[in-house]
Design a protein around this ligand. Structure first.
Ligand code: PLP
Length: 406
């Protein structure tokens, strides 16, 4: 009688996982208020709820200013433009991230230069940044990937010494803190996404936060059809070549409610991830990414179970993942692949020529193709039993390793 679900045995987990997104009467009440007010759009910018949300979200992370945008990608586009990059300028980007991080630069003619990831945190490897700097480098774009924050101490040190701007991609790190400072406030600008799978969501949306008033003015103008922030419509038009990336009051209504829920969710996820870390440490052949005590939060958008193929007698990560999934565990394998591998860079639309045929970031490739088991954040919004189910399933696979390999 086989034990493993992949062979017809009983799965460890059959109950559903916590669902995402979550909402309650607070979203409903705010949405109704907007609907009934008749004030639906993003203009004047910021509008009432968008302005209130931006202020609260920025304050929560310790930033003076917040500027809402239509998404995480557009937040990055605006931030890079506001940071003063020009066509052909280079921006250092981690090799492993969602490709929008690099596309936000490339679509404007700024050249993404890929830096390999740190083997312990899977964020940009700060020790490899200096070697990647050229006379054309203008900015560093660290991504706080999954649940870990990039080494912002080292990154800000390098950026100060070299006169580079730092734009943090915080699409995975709402409510994250590093040495007591909020994600997005450690560099010059922080960019967040509110796309539907993210830690806070209004379906689609984003925000830029900063402590720099001049950058805030620029970002605001780029989001608001080129207008700088003023109520004088005539006087404010035509100052920048901007986009219309304003969000609607409906989106802001949802975000205000989501922000109220964030601290409690961060706490719950942290507690569950702490237990996960402890249990995984007891299981051979798997590990979690190293937690750095400078980071207050243990968890972000994706929680990584790191697979060691050798310790499983050469069974591939994908085979292991199929067996784990059959046990009822909600997971992804190559959630991200090294960005320089995407064929999209050959698109005729790219405004500058880039050639990544010689780019090779071995740590990112190993992580993506051999080690990554990506567990979505909502799985850690449940109970201790949920965490135990995941770990029990891995232990079960370990006990019946021969059923996976045959
Ligand atoms: C790391 C990272 N950067 C940028 C983005 C882009 O955000 P959006 O989808 O809101 O444009 C995402 C998410 O989708 C992301 O995961």
């Amino acid at each position: 009688m086989p034990a493993l679900a992949i062979r017809g045995g009983t799965p460890i987990r059959t109950a559903p996982w916590p669902s995402w997104p979550q909402h309650d009467e607070r979203e409903l009440a705010n949405l109704t208020r907007v609907l009934e007010s008749g004030n639906w759009g993003g203009f004047p910018s910021p509008n009432v709820m968008a302005g209130e949300f931006a202020e609260r979200f920025a304050a929560y992370h310790g930033a003076k200013f917040g500027i809402c945008t239509t998404g995480g990608t557009t937040a990055l586009e605006v931030a890079l433009r506001a940071a003063g990059l020009e066509r052909g300028d280079e921006v250092l980007v981690p090799a492993l991230t969602f490709y929008a991080t690099a596309f936000a630069a490339l679509i404007q003619g700024f050249k993404p230069v890929f830096v390999d990831i740190d083997p312990d945190t899977w964020c940009i490897d700060a020790s490899k940044i200096e070697a990647a700097i050229t006379p054309d480098t203008r900015a560093i774009l660290p991504v706080h990937l999954g649940s870990r924050m990039a080494d912002m101490d080292r990154i800000t040190e390098i950026s100060r010494a070299r006169g580079l701007k730092v734009i943090e991609d915080c699409a995975h790190m709402h409510g994250g803190f590093w040495r007591g400072k909020g994600a997005g406030t450690l560099g010059d600008i922080g960019c967040f996404s509110f796309q539907s799978s993210k830690l806070m969501t209004c379906g689609e949306g984003g925000i830029i936060i900063t402590n720099d008033e001049a950058l805030e003015e620029q970002c605001h103008g780029y989001v608001n059809s080129g207008r700088v922030k003023t109520t004088d419509r005539q006087a404010s038009e035509g100052t920048l070549l901007g986009w219309n990336y304003r969000i609607t009051e409906f989106q802001a209504a949802v975000l205000l409610a989501q922000l109220e829920r964030l601290p409690e969710q961060v706490e719950r996820r942290n507690a569950n991830v702490a237990r996960f870390d402890e249990r995984v440490a007891q299981i051979d052949g798997v590990s979690t990414l190293r937690h750095d005590d400078r980071q207050a939060t243990r968890s972000g958008y994706g929680i990584i179970l790191r697979y060691d193929e050798q310790a499983w007698g050469g069974i591939s990560r994908d085979r292991f993942a199929r067996a784990l999934h059959a046990e009822g565990i909600h997971l992804y394998t190559s959630f991200y692949t090294p960005v320089y591998k995407t064929p999209l860079f050959a698109w005729r639309d790219a405004p500058i020529e880039v050639d990544y045929s010689q780019t090779h970031c071995p740590v990112a490739e190993r992580a993506s193709y051999h080690e990554m088991i990506w567990l979505p954040h909502e799985v850690f919004l449940g109970t201790t039993k949920d965490v135990d189910d995941i770990c029990d399933a891995v232990e079960k696979l370990r006990l019946h390793i021969d059923e996976i390999s045959n």
